[in-house]
Design a protein around this ligand. Structure first.
Ligand code: 13P
Length: 248
């Protein structure tokens, strides 16, 4: 079986303007990037077109969310078809900010996963526990339940990357230790083995997100079940290149 390729996503969230994103894109496009790393940047939807035309083609482009329908009376939403029309190939779904700031349910996230895949987008599907859940010892239960709903809606696992993002580590500067990340990634892979297939367990990239920086990425990347990162704050800074090259 081919080894799982390293995957680094930059989630720009609701940041940047045309000028600053042009600067960021110029520096990324000119950077020396490990060719073995698959890199995808998730831009605010209004800039998808600009970002796809400004970013070197070595780098994929993702939307940060989409709706579960192709078109219609859904004011404020965007469809996978629109994302593809802007030249982007990926979408992030189930991000903790969608779950906890905007109240998206597991069920809605599952429907979005199904529709995005059916529309030909690849999906970064996110799971992760909140601090209270970790302290209550329910981390496994929470991430398994979230993964279950995603799995029920996946038709082609070769188009899915699973992102483990503990909510307490997002934007807090409080990274999961390499051991904490590895422990959950290993369990998620075992869950995929038991509930999907050996093939999927061996091939799906499980990436870590939550305060990843140039300073902590190498140790995290050395863990056997950490196949890359989903990076928020640091993806807007020059150090994103060091994170992309964490295994170089
Ligand atoms: P930070 O890297 O800013 O903690 O954000 C992580 C994240 O939410 C990536 O999707």
């Amino acid at each position: 079986m081919a080894p799982r390729g390293f995957f680094v996503g930059g989630n720009w969230k609701m940041n940047g303007d045309k000028e600053s994103l042009q600067r960021l894109m110029s520096s990324l496009s000119a950077a020396s990037l490990d060719e073995r790393t698959e890199v995808v940047c998730a831009a605010p939807s209004v800039y998808l077109d600009l970002v796809r035309s400004g970013l070197d083609l070595r780098i994929g482009v993702a939307a940060q969310n989409c709706y579960k329908e192709a078109k219609g009376a859904f004011t404020g939403e965007i469809s996978p078809a629109m994302i593809k029309d802007c030249g982007a190939d990926w979408v992030i779904l189930g991000h903790s900010e969608r779950r906890h700031v905007f109240g998206e349910s597991d069920e809605l996230i599952g429907q979005k996963v199904a529709h995005a895949l059916a529309s030909g987008l690849a999906v970064v599907a996110c799971v992760g526990e909140q601090l209270q859940q970790r302290e209550d010892g329910t981390t496994e239960e929470v991430v398994y339940a979230q993964t279950q709903v995603i799995a029920e809606n996946v038709t082609d696992w070769s188009k899915v990357v699973l992102a483990y993002e503990p909510v307490w580590a997002i934007g807090t500067g409080k990274t999961a230790s390499p051991e904490q990340a590895q422990e959950v990634h290993e369990k998620l892979r075992a869950w995929l083995r038991a509930n999907v297939s050996d093939d999927v367990a061996d091939s799906v990239r499980i990436i870590y997100g939550g305060s990843v920086t140039a300073a902590n990425c190498r140790e995290l990347a050395s863990q056997g079940d950490v196949d890359g990162f989903l990076v928020g704050g640091a993806s807007l800074k020059p150090e994103f290149v060091d994170i992309i090259n964490a295994r170089a």
